[in-house]
Design a protein around this ligand. Structure first.
Ligand code: CA
Length: 387
């Protein structure tokens, strides 16, 4: 069965860290006046990261008079944002992170260590921190030239791709036209819609897929993945980053189209209508949610001019469909076995579970609506992948 090779989501500095635990240490005697001249602190900061997220294990080792309570601070130079922590209370103000002991690990003897951990998000990772300070006194890093391990020459397998059928960052696209595992398609008629590899706008690296979609059905343009999705499941998970320039119109549009073998090859599509995201089934034109004001209100617009994380999960064995926008589950884009008025009552009129076999990204308008869209970091497989 044809299948795309898992592809790395590369970033200049951070890709190496995906599989490579990075250890940053700092240890010096503290020369601060009034401090115990024999005292010092060492911080081992071990980070694991993936696209958009990271976790870090932190070991603080202290020498000198026993501590009764500690506060460790450092600065991020990228846009890392701590979202949770364990074995410490960790807060962040701007780029400055402060970790304070938990009730049970505030006492640290001379030469003793304490471990805590944290998790967070990032878009632009920056460097690993080096300017650790314990109770306001520097542990010795100077904030420049972190002692990182150089990236390996052979990139490690990406933690988030696993055995996904599609795992694409578009970084190995060499020309202006989508090639290799992607091909341009305009299945019904061809007009003015175009697709290209963009080297100026990207969610990861320096490349993404750009679609210039035009209003009018024949101006549709899609780029299809070569991967055969027909055996992906039982739940097909897709995660992609998308940005676009123009708010979803009142008229019906599509930006993801998946030929569905359970519907004779007619597509299962996600796009928009009445200004909000919407699923549509080509075979019977059913929509999710129903296009009543209540139904539309339970969906969400697709914000413009910024990267948006769209995820969905399609059950290929039962009528189940879920959709998330930036990790928020969208209530109007949820179908289950129980018909809900204004949401999935119409959608569930067809009981055969969907069986998407191909992934197409692009633009199709059934009325009005030009839009320019970019797609990047697309993963489709049997396991969920986060934003
Ligand atoms: Ca990219």
């Amino acid at each position: 069965m044809p299948k795309l090779l898992p592809r790395l989501l590369r970033r200049p500095w951070t890709a190496a860290a995906a599989a490579l635990a990075l250890v940053i240490s700092a240890f010096v005697a503290m020369p601060a006046s009034g401090a115990d001249p024999a005292s010092g602190c060492r911080v081992d900061y071990t980070v694991n990261e993936w696209t958009g997220g990271y976790s870090a294990q932190v070991r603080l080792t202290h020498t000198g008079s026993a501590l009764s309570g500690w506060r460790l601070t450092w600065t991020y130079d990228g846009d890392r944002q701590v979202t949770s922590a364990w074995n410490a209370t960790v807060t962040q103000t701007g780029h400055v992170v402060t970790a304070v002991n938990a009730d049970w690990n505030g006492e640290v003897a001379d030469g003793g260590s304490v471990d805590f951990g944290l998790q967070g998000t990032w878009q632009s990772a920056g460097h690993a921190p080096t300017d650790f300070a314990l109770n306001g006194v520097s542990c010795g890093g100077d904030g420049t030239s972190p002692p990182t391990t150089p990236p390996p020459t052979t990139p490690p397998p990406s933690a988030e791709c696993g055995d996904a059928a599609v795992c694409e960052d578009f970084e190995d696209q060499t020309g202006p036209a989508p090639a290799g595992n992607w091909r341009f398609t305009a299945p019904d008629c061809q007009g003015t819609g175009t697709a290209a590899v963009d080297t100026e706008v990207a969610h990861s690296g320096t490349r993404s897929l750009r679609l210039d979609g035009r209003a009018g059905y024949c101006n549709h343009a899609f780029v299809a993945a070569a991967a055969d999705l027909s055996s992906v499941g039982p739940v097909l998970h897709l995660r992609m980053w998308v940005r676009h320039t123009t708010a979803l119109p009142a008229a019906h549009v599509t930006f993801v189209s998946m030929p569905d073998s359970s519907q004779g090859g007619k597509a299962l599509r996600i796009g928009g209508q009445n200004g909000a995201l919407q699923w549509n089934r080509e075979s019977d034109d059913a929509t999710l949610p129903a296009q009543s004001p209540v139904g539309v209100g339970l969906s969400r617009p697709l914000p413009t001019d910024s990267w948006q994380c769209v995820r969905f999960a399609i059950d290929t064995t039962a009528p189940g469909l879920d959709t998330w926008l930036n990790d928020e589950q969208v209530p109007g884009l949820h179908a289950d076995g129980v018909p809900t008025q204004d949401v999935d009552q119409q959608w569930l009129s067809r009981t055969t579970p969907p069986r998407p076999v191909e992934l197409r990204l692009g633009w199709e308008s059934y009325g009005t609506g030009d839009d320019t869209l970019w797609f990047d970091d697309v993963v489709a497989g049997s396991s969920p992948v986060g934003c």
